[in-house]
Design a protein around this ligand. Structure first.
Ligand SMILES: [Zn+2]
Length: 421
């Protein structure tokens, strides 16, 4: 077999760089698939919202260090091998607590649950040190990426575990939490929620304002997903560091109170922040339910729940799986498409610019659209962005560059003491 001498090979490479590559933005002879893979290798990619920890708490038998077959209920949508396959470098695993009573018992129980989920993430990093590592800063993401390991970060969805105790913000920072979504679907001690009619604070509570300042001091990103519009305005007025929406869409594209209206997209941009587009169907595009599918799922609901709890095994489990596959075949879940999700990205780019958008999938928490149902499919997003004419530089920003910029700015603001009032 004849080989091209190395000197000739490098001449060919240089000629390619000088001509075709510059005009097309891709290397000659690269298939679209190879181009996507190369972009993922070059980029530092970040997903700011995967709900694995709360799912894991309910399914302790699941081992996120081994690959699971995508598309079946007990596989979830994320594990470390599939994360690597999808070219995803860093993930914020969501330390999620549902909103309960605003009582001492409720707040303490939420704190315990949050700490238990944090232990799960730390345990995963310890169990699979060659696959992943815990990251508590932007530099650690870059280091792990260079080492070819996945970066696991901790984001807290719902400030409920903080309760009314400011010292807990520092406690959770010590535990590794690097963003806090101030509330979830209901109003809490910190602020009003976008999906709760009860809005006693008219935005941030006085304690919520203190929490914002404390997060600035410690270098924790403030996450405005789920909060009411008025809360977003007050956060932007109170925070001296840029903020993120870890999993939100554009309200002009899908009219849901969880999504951000154009004026807030502009305000977030002016403040230097980033909106990480969410893949939860109802926030992407409202579609009518399929009654036949609902009825069919209803018939096997108990079995599916038992399967998820790991209570049925062997042939019985396979039978339930087969029925579920048949339903998905005959009555596919009405789901928006990846193109519908990228419409949100396009809109945010049009309103706020390409420096202020990214991805927060909400995998394992209800996220997933046709074409991007699982973390291993992430390159499909890259393909869609390229097909819509985004440059490779813009794609790298959307896939993680923008989030890293905001994370660094938050770290820098923490290192710089505020001016005296
Ligand atoms: Zn959420």
């Amino acid at each position: 077999m004849k080989r091209i001498p190395p000197s000739l090979a490098s001449l060919v490479a240089i000629a390619c760089l000088l001509t075709a590559c510059r005009s097309t933005g891709s290397l000659r002879n690269e298939t679209p698939h190879e181009r996507e893979a190369r972009i993922h290798r070059e980029a530092v990619t970040v997903d700011t919202h995967v709900d694995w920890p709360s799912r894991q708490l309910a399914h302790p038998e699941f081992d996120a260090g081994i690959r699971h077959e995508p598309g079946i209920p007990e596989s979830g949508q994320w594990d470390l091998p599939r994360m690597k396959e999808g070219g995803l470098d860093a993930v914020f695993l969501s330390i999620f607590t549902g909103q309960g009573e605003l009582s001492t018992e409720g707040r303490d129980a939420a704190r315990e649950e949050a700490l238990a989920q944090i232990r799960l993430v730390r345990g995963l990093a310890e169990d699979y040190p060659t696959l992943a590592g815990l990251a508590t800063g932007s530099e650690a993401i870059l280091r792990l990426e260079r080492e070819g390991r996945r970066a696991l970060l901790l984001g807290m969805e719902n400030g409920y575990p903080i309760g009314t105790d400011l010292a807990r913000v520092e406690e959770f920072h010590r535990e590794g939490i690097r963003y806090v979504t101030l509330c979830h679907s209901r109003t809490n001690d910190l602020c009003d929620s976008s999906t709760d009619d009860h809005r006693p604070w008219d935005g941030l509570s006085p304690f919520g304002e203190e929490v914002v300042r404390e997060m600035n001091r410690l270098g924790i990103m403030i996450d405005i997903s789920h909060v009411s519009d008025e809360t977003v305005r007050e956060v932007l007025a109170s925070s001296r560091a840029p903020v993120i929406a870890s999993h939100s869409g554009a309200r002009a594209v899908c009219d849901h109170p969880r999504n951000l209206p154009d004026d807030l997209l502009v305000a977030l941009r002016d403040h230097g922040g980033v909106v990480q587009v969410c893949l939860v169907g109802s926030f992407v595009k409202s579609l009518p339910p399929d009654p036949e599918r609902e009825a069919a799922i209803g018939e096997i609901r108990d079995d599916l729940d038992a399967l998820r709890r790991g209570e049925i095994h062997g042939e019985a489990a396979e039978a339930v799986r087969e029925r579920y596959r048949a339903i998905n075949r005959d009555h596919p879940r009405p789901l928006p498409t990846l193109a519908d999700a990228v419409d949100h990205i396009d809109h945010i780019v049009a309103v706020a610019g390409v420096d202020h958008v990214g991805l927060g999938s909400d995998f394992d928490g209800g996220g997933g659209v046709k074409g991007l149902m699982d973390v291993y499919e992430l390159p499909h997003l890259t393909a869609e962005l390229l097909a819509r004419g985004y440059s490779e530089e813009d794609v790298r920003k959307i896939l993680g560059g923008n989030l890293l910029r905001v994370f660094r700015a938050v770290e820098q603001a923490a290192a710089t003491p505020p001016l005296p009032e």
